[in-house]
Design a protein around this ligand. Sequence first.
Ligand SMILES: C[S@@+](CC[C@H](N)C(=O)[O-])C[C@H]1O[C@@H](n2cnc3c(N)ncnc32)[C@H](O)[C@@H]1O
Length: 265
Amino acid sequence: MPAPAQIDWYDTPLYYDIIFDADTVEETDFLETIFDRHGNGNGKNRSVLELACGSGRLIREFGTRGWRGAGFDANPRMLAFARDLLEKKKITALLWEDRMESFTVPRGKKFDLVHCLVSTFKYLLTEDDARASLERVSAALKPGGIFVLGLHLTDYRESKVSHERWVVTRDGIEVVCNTRTWPVDRGTRTEAMRSRLRITLPDGTVQGQETRWTVRSYSAAQLRRLLGKVTSLQLVACHDFRHDPDEHRKLDDSYADLVLVLKKS
Ligand SMILES: C[S@@+](CC[C@H](N)C(=O)[O-])C[C@H]1O[C@@H](n2cnc3c(N)ncnc32)[C@H](O)[C@@H]1O
């Protein structure tokens, strides 16, 4: 295969959706259970906002479960893909182009549940942007509303490159994703990542693409410090990427993949 083309993975939403959609039902089950346990919903007219909603996979799933969904993303191609699939499934949702660090919800709408999973929050590269985003989340929540934030903590002692691999096939398209994360740069608190996709189309054509990203690193203490700056959001529970609502974690460095449940006072 020739060298992979340098393409932003998020500019090819179908290949994103194929890989990540595998976990959608499990993640939505988890979010619903967490909301039932900690939120203020009465079972009807529940509303959910997703930061950086990407291909809209979670908005689609929430829509089929009767939630009123909303989401925004910085990438217009992701949004176009999300709109198209929602329309095909006859699901109504509020979608708009915006950024996590500066978003404004149309008509000042407030939500019962806001979420941001799979480490997406780490695309905010500065403390100011991360704090601004949390403040906007708080402003977008109804009193007693819930924010669920899922992100990988960084092992600052790690000196090796870590590797994850996914293979998913949908509608005859196979996507193999190899993601590498380099050890953290402590000075800038950044981690370099590279995802390589190998896509096999139904006619057997194979293509490759590669994306490089930079994300912000967090230890448990750094995350606690950030959360402490937005006092209207209080930590009420902590889980992990297995998305088991009965499996509890502490916000410390003993476990890398954390899902925090924050409640708006
Ligand atoms: C890992 S995907 C997550 C998509 C979706 N939330 C999901 O769980 O499938 C990350 C998304 O974040 C978007 N993104 C990255 N930085 C952003 C920012 N500062 N504001 C808004 N969206 C951003 C990308 O365009 C991409 O769609």
